[in-house]
Design a protein around this ligand. Structure first.
Ligand code: PGA
Length: 255
């Protein structure tokens, strides 16, 4: 499984209704289920997960969640626990997305969520990314701290369930300043690998998959994934456009 590219579609707060969610998932699944070298995960809003789970036809294209609580039982109105996700068969969860961090989620919260979800056997996609880049390279220190704090205290036995997604905030969404260049991404892939190896040792640190996310589209996907040797991509807007997303998946598959 780990040799496969991991392509995660982050649907955020879309589509607007379950009918569109099902249609989009089915469209994506029809291509994704044929690709041998790619694992596709559609991180859909909680309310759609159960219905979309029923449309899965195998392991190549599955549904995931966009967040999880670090609490394990009530009373936490509005929260969803790792047990609940597991109970409907969800295996993947995104944690620490920049849009959640912008609402006040701290590295400490992220670390608690990572541990809570990993303990329950979920595969956790931990997002990190600097708000902006500066000439002096301060952003690398910011990322290092974010990774170290977001993955703090995680027992090594859960490392096989951790995926890191590098998502520079300045390159995300319609308000992106610009697209990240392959050089920006390659530099950070090398840096993240060093941080992970320093934290977890040569073998375990080298094995954590690192994905790239931020304005990924059909034109830049190939360079990010193959040129920058990323293990996968986290795709926002483009994952809601089946034709574009299919192109990205096919490029990642190498076919
Ligand atoms: P984008 O979003 O691809 O629309 O830039 C990426 C993300 O927020 O994960």
């Amino acid at each position: 499984m780990r040799d496969k590219k991991i392509i995660i579609g982050n649907w955020k707060m879309a589509p607007k209704n379950i009918r569109d969610a099902k249609a989009t998932f089915q469209n994506i699944r029809s291509i994704a289920s044929k690709l041998q070298n790619v694992q596709t995960v559609i991180a859909a809003p909680y309310v759609y997960l159960s219905e979309l789970k029923k449309l899965e036809t195998g392991h190549r294209c599955v549904v995931g969640a966009q967040d999880v609580s670090f609490e394990s039982d009530d009373p936490h109105t509005g929260e969803v626990s790792a047990d609940m996700l597991k109970s409907i068969g969800v295996q993947h969860v995104i944690v620490g997305h920049s849009e959640r961090r912008a609402k006040g989620e701290t590295n400490e919260d992220v670390s608690k969520k990572v541990i809570a979800a990993a303990k329950k056997g979920l595969i956790v996609v931990v997002c990190v990314g600097e708000l902006e880049r500066d000439e002096e390279g301060e952003y690398t220190l910011y990322i290092k701290e974010q990774v170290m704090q977001s993955l703090a205290d995680i027992p090594k036995k859960y490392l096989g369930q951790i995926i890191v997604a590098y998502e520079p905030v300045w390159a995300i969404g319609v308000k992106a300043k610009r697209e990240a260049t392959p050089e920006d991404v390659l530099e950070m892939r090398i840096f993240l690998r060093k941080v992970l190896i320093d934290m977890f040792g040569d073998r375990k640190g080298a094995a954590v998959p690192v994905l790239y996310g931020g304005s990924v589209n059909q034109k830049n996907a190939f360079a990010y994934i193959h040129g920058c040797e990323m293990q996968g991509l986290l795709v926002g807007r483009a994952s809601l456009k089946p034709a574009v997303f299919e192109k990205i998946l096919t490029l990642a598959n190498g076919s």
